[in-house]
Design a protein around this ligand. Structure first.
Ligand code: FAD
Ligand code: MG
Length: 352
């Protein structure tokens, strides 16, 4: 009797081990396959590729969160919090969510840091040019001068105790298009961390977050778009682990009039699209909100000032591409950057 029971117990143990091994094998296999999701939000196509047991839940939650951020911050939505601040410009403080307050606080910081090269009150100028809409046109100098009077980030008044924001003057309008995509990418990253995601590629319309490492443990290789060529042609490449890579380029949104290209990154000093020789600025950083804001800062400040700004910030690097086919890489990633297109050459940055 006793012998039989011992055999029975042994058999049960062996069976349990086999079942456990099958479960580990099956779930392990499932973790090797990515869950992918593509969705249109923030005026662009977003793509998530995620590995991990809870990948499906994580991508669904992430897409919901991006939609929520759009609802709060879009200037294209009449009832967003940013639209409400705009409608009440010159009037009372508007209470907003901690998301929108955080974006406004960060926007103000980057406006200060870049001495107004980054300015979220640029909306009247962006709207005048109609970039991103079907009504694009080259406005007259007088129209531009008139709208420029409304562009002044110092008129963003923040009340931290009440999470409230107001614009000082009537007709001033905010546009967080140069920073909110980065915040959305950081929020996707946070959700992935909460779901214990191992490895993922977050792509919010070119605003990339290379999460963790590739599944095989190697770093991610990220191509830097050749601004003079079609999508998918790279000027160079960098290898990263758990980094945000954001690019502002003159090829992202533009229209052509009488053979001249007018793009969407505006110089708040002139009211015209920035023309300083830069055609793209890529920032590599730990947080995407910083990368997004800094690409716009770097682009508008110009090569020398932009380069110096990025070098002055710990843990942040940049790649500037200029129209004379030079590529300038800041010190932290010089060794890492690999030039791929032989029509371009590495620019000399000693003079900076
Ligand atoms: P970046 O270089 O990061 O930013 C450029 C954008 O910032 C410009 O398009 C302009 O909006 C603004 N800007 C220009 N110059 C400056 C400056 N000097 N300082 C500060 N800001 C500047 N697009 C649509 O077509 N339809 C939509 O419904 C729509 N909804 C959106 C909702 C949200 C919440 C966000 C964040 C974006 C949305 N967009 C939409 C896209 C948006 O209008 C911008 O074009 C886009 O975010 C630009 O991103 P980028 O990384 O290419 O450029
Ligand atoms: Mg930006």
């Amino acid at each position: 009797m006793i012998g039989l029971t011992v055999n029975g117990i042994l058999l049960a143990i062996v069976l349990i081990i086999i079942v456990v091994l099958i479960i580990i094998f099956v779930t392990g296999k499932r973790e090797q396959l990515p869950i992918e999701k593509e969705f249109f939000k923030l005026g662009t196509i977003n793509h998530l590729r995620v590995y991990g047991k809870k990948a499906q839940k994580a991508v669904d939650k992430a897409a919901e969160r991006v939609a929520e951020i759009e609802d709060k911050m879009s200037v294209f939505k009449e009832f967003s919090e940013v639209s409400r601040i705009n409608k009440n410009a010159g009037g009372d403080f508007q209470r907003v969510s901690s998301d929108t307050y955080f974006i406004m606080k960060k926007s103000f910081e980057y406006s200060n840091l870049s001495k107004g090269a980054f300015d979220p009150t640029i909306r009247p100028i962006v709207a005048l040019w109609g970039i991103g809409t079907k009504q694009t046109r080259v406005p007259s100098d007088n129209e531009i001068k008139d709208k420029l009077k409304l562009v002044n980030y110092r008129n963003i008044i923040l009340d931290e105790d009440k999470n409230a924001v107001k614009l000082k003057d009537k007709n001033q309008h905010l546009d967080v298009g140069a920073i909110a995509k980065g915040y959305a990418a950081d929020e996707v990253r946070r959700i992935f961390q909460e779901h214990k995601i191992k490895s993922a590629m977050i792509d919010l319309g070119g605003n990339i977050f290379a999460y963790g490492r590739k599944l095989n443990g190697e770093p991610w290789n990220i191509g830097i778009q050749n601004p003079l060529s079609s999508r998918g042609a790279f000027v160079g490449m960098i290898s990263v682990v758990n980094k945000s890579i954001v690019t502002s380029g003159n090829y992202e949104r533009y229209f052509t009039d009488h053979g001249k290209r007018y793009h969407h990154i505006m110089d708040p000093r002139t009211g015209y699209p920035c023309e300083n020789g830069i055609i793209s600025c890529t920032v590599i950083s730990d947080n995407s909100i910083d990368g997004d804001a800094l690409t716009t800062c770097g682009y508008v400040m110009g090569l020398k000032e932009g380069y110096k700004l990025i070098e002055s910030i710990e843990g942040v690097d940049a790649i500037f591409v200029t129209e004379d086919k030079k590529v300038y890489v800041t010190s932290g990633i010089k060794e890492n950057f690999k030039l791929l297109d032989k029509e371009f050459s590495i620019g000399q940055d000693e003079m900076f």
